[in-house]
Write a protein that binds this ligand. Sequence first.
Ligand code: CXF
Ligand code: ZN
Length: 383
Amino acid sequence: STAGKPIRCRAAIARKAGEPLVIEEVIVAPPKPREVRIRIICTSLCQSDVTFWKLEVPPAVFPRIFGHEAVGVVESVGEGVHEVVEGDTVIPIFLPDCGDCIDCLSDRSNLCTKLPFSVSPWMHRDETSRFTDSNGETLYHFLFISSFSEYTVVDIAHITKIDPAIPPNRACLLSCGISTGVGAAWKTAKVEAGSTVAIFGLGAIGLAVAEGARLCGAKRIIGIDVNPDKFELGLSKRLELRTILLSGVSFTLVFLFLTGKKFGVTDFVNSRNCGDKSVSQAEVRTIASSALGWGKTVVLGVDHPEAMVSLSSFEVLHSGKSLMGSFFGGLKPKSDIKVLEKRYKDKELQLDEFVTHEVEFDDINKAFELHREGKSLRCVIWM
Ligand code: CXF
Ligand code: ZN
């Protein structure tokens, strides 16, 4: 057995911002107390990996092992770990769930206060690394996961057990992005049956919001994007050019209607094809498009940490509308993922359509290229 011993394996190392990852031999230390060492089966590329790989200024650190959306098998556990045993199939989740702080015990919050989330380059509890390269140099962690490695060490607060019968290239999707989108509709917005949902941005997360809204019984799901490739992923038939009224201003919009109902989007708006600039303005003022008196706007998946939201007090305070943030879709990693897992097994939650590409670990940089070209929703990387 390898338990208690360092493991030599292959990992994709980011040595410099924006430069292709290099597959090298690394040494993965055994898990410390409350930690689990996992053999990664497959991992998928999420926007946050790309964002932090490109970032040249702090909190960026290199050399680093990225990757946080994955599924794996427990190889060994550290002292005090009772929740999982060797051989269990698990998904790592960047958001901690310690299970005993006031927030983890409450169903109102998914933000653990005992192990607060941060974009730390270390393991969560002792702020050290479990990775070294073959020259003995320390390699930094990412989002407490670092799944672009054949083996990784993850704190038990970041581990959720999953049914091993779920195909790995579907199970890994529940680890971050797709859960985030589905959760935002289900847990944060609490979309009601019969309601209308507008989604600004049809990347994997936006389409996952559509999937979540569909599961909640939304009647109309309007997808808005500027990249026509995204539309082809979800829509199949161009119908007509017409003028509609949105937020009190009229625009000429290209309207596409879904026949395949992929991801549940019922209407599609290409905000670039608008007769004037107003739809793009409406995009930054999404609140304007929500219902007077009770409409909810959810902000999710912020790419630029410095991005600001500015609002007219009238639009929010005096209109009865609300603006909500959503982190990991408001999901509690140890309890809510089980619900999504069941809905997938019951063939209600659609995951297959999100996987647009699959590559071998040796071709991991291809996943980054596909992402840059806007061609993929999820690219699964097999170890
Ligand atoms: C992100 C959310 C924004 C901060 C970094 C982590 N989540 C997962 O991709
Ligand atoms: Zn992610």
